[in-house]
Design a protein around this ligand. Structure first.
Ligand SMILES: Cc1ncc(COP(=O)(O)O)c(C=O)c1O
Length: 384
């Protein structure tokens, strides 16, 4: 199979990730606990190593500010539901994945918050739109770092400054950028950063992380409470990070894989990884420009793009048919449909069928892309 669905989850993983998972599962897969036996201590040390690695890679303030989560959705829910209070105003965008949109819409429908959803231009949010939307009641701006539908990287640096000056919290969904776009939390005024570990950080599914910056201290309430491996006598959740937000047995095997994945990314460098994927997409853009009827969704700017690209499917084909034909007749995996991001498809006019999204990874080659383009040409001719 030619796998071009890395924006959903990366496959294959780098070899050191498989090795770390195998080694850890065979030797140290105990329940981490500070007061436990040697295997429990080894598992706890793995959690510490994971937090240190995250903190070094993203230049956070301290390892304990990193919360291990189940996936991107889990971290975003912990952040959103933990930070807002009744009466708050929240600003978000039409580029969001449902893991940001749905918690916010649920809070709006419950009468807890008021919500402003900003419209992007050709896949990019303008910083001035954020400035204009902020009111004295705004406590949170929640947005994606890159569109998972279009691959467009958002100008979060100027937006972060605007949000900080307004005194609101800034939550960034880095699902599509963590590992391919450098993020420096010492210089970027982001309060909350959430991402899955299973995309461009090359961990397995079932692991993610949330960074809780110093301004969130005392504000971020846990919405899941339970065992933390220590402080067991306390009738309530411990207040100190990370355990305040980490009730329950953590996915320590996932942390072992994620730690190895980040080490691999560090050895290659995020810029090099992004450029490889964008170079592969250039072939698709050139092909679409020369084709009769195929169009790229959103603005194509290789400097501000990650390795995901949506193609608008010409009539009479549908994205769903195309996805099925590519899978069954050509052994190629792409993602058709709305990509859990319905608002941007409404904005682009591609709702409800969506687009086809291809997202190459570090192990894809120009030959893979050429095979995909040959398949598209063949299917287009056969259907016309
Ligand atoms: C932009 C974006 N945000 C959030 C998520 C949710 O991540 P997860 O599926 O790990 O919960 C995704 C996953 O595709 C995504 O692309």
């Amino acid at each position: 199979m030619i796998y071009l669905d890395n924006a959903a989850t990366s496959f294959p993983k780098p070899e050191p990730v498989y090795e770390a998972l195998d080694r850890f599962a065979r030797t140290s897969l105990a329940n981490p606990g500070r007061a436990g036996h040697r295997m429990a201590i080894a598992a706890e040390e793995q959690l510490d190593a994971g937090r240190n690695t995250l903190n070094r890679f993203f230049r956070g303030e301290a390892p304990e500010r990193w919360i291990f989560t189940l996936n991107g959705t889990d971290g975003l829910n912990i952040a959103i539901k933990g930070i807002v209070r009744p009466g708050d105003h929240v600003v978000t965008t039409d580029l969001e994945h449902n893991s940001v949109s749905r918690p916010l819409v649920a809070l709006e429908k419950a009468g807890v918050i008021s919500l402003t959803r900003l419209a992007s231009e050709d896949g990019y949010l303008l910083p001035d739109a954020v400035r204009a939307a902020i009111t004295p009641a705004t406590t949170l701006v929640a947005m994606t770092h890159a569109s998972n539908v279009l691959g467009t990287v958002q100008p979060i640096e100027p937006i972060a400054t605007i949000v900080r000056e307004a005194g609101a919290f800034f939550l960034v969904d880095a699902a599509q950028t963590a590992g391919v776009v450098p993020i420096d939390l010492r210089s970027l005024p982001v309060d909350l950063l959430a991402f899955p570990g299973h995309k461009a950080l090359y961990g397995p599914t079932g692991i993610g992380a949330l960074y809780a910056g110093p301004r969130t201290d005392g504000r971020l309430r846990p919405w899941r409470e339970g065992g933390t491996g220590g402080d067991s006598s306390s009738p309530t959740q411990p207040q100190a990070l990370p355990h305040a937000l980490e009730g329950g047995t953590p996915n320590v095997l996932g942390v072992a894989g994620l730690t190895a994945g980040i080490a691999w990314v560090e050895s290659r460098g995020p810029d090099e990884l992004r450029c490889h994927e964008v170079d592969l997409l250039r072939r698709v853009v050139a092909w679409a420009d020369d084709s009769n009827g195929w169009r790229i969704a959103g603005r194509w700017d290789p400097e501000t793009h990650v390795g995901a690209l949506s193609l608008i499917v010409p009539d009479p084909l549908t994205p769903q048919d195309l996805g099925a034909i590519l899978d069954t007749s050509f052994d190629i995996a792409i993602r058709p449909g709305l990509h859990c991001a319905p608002y941007i498809h409404r904005r682009l006019g591609t709702y409800p069928d969506g687009t086809i999204r291809l997202s190459p990874g570090p192990f894809n080659t120009p030959d893979d892309i050429d095979a995909f383009l040959r398949a598209l040409s063949e299917i287009t001719v056969a259907m016309s």
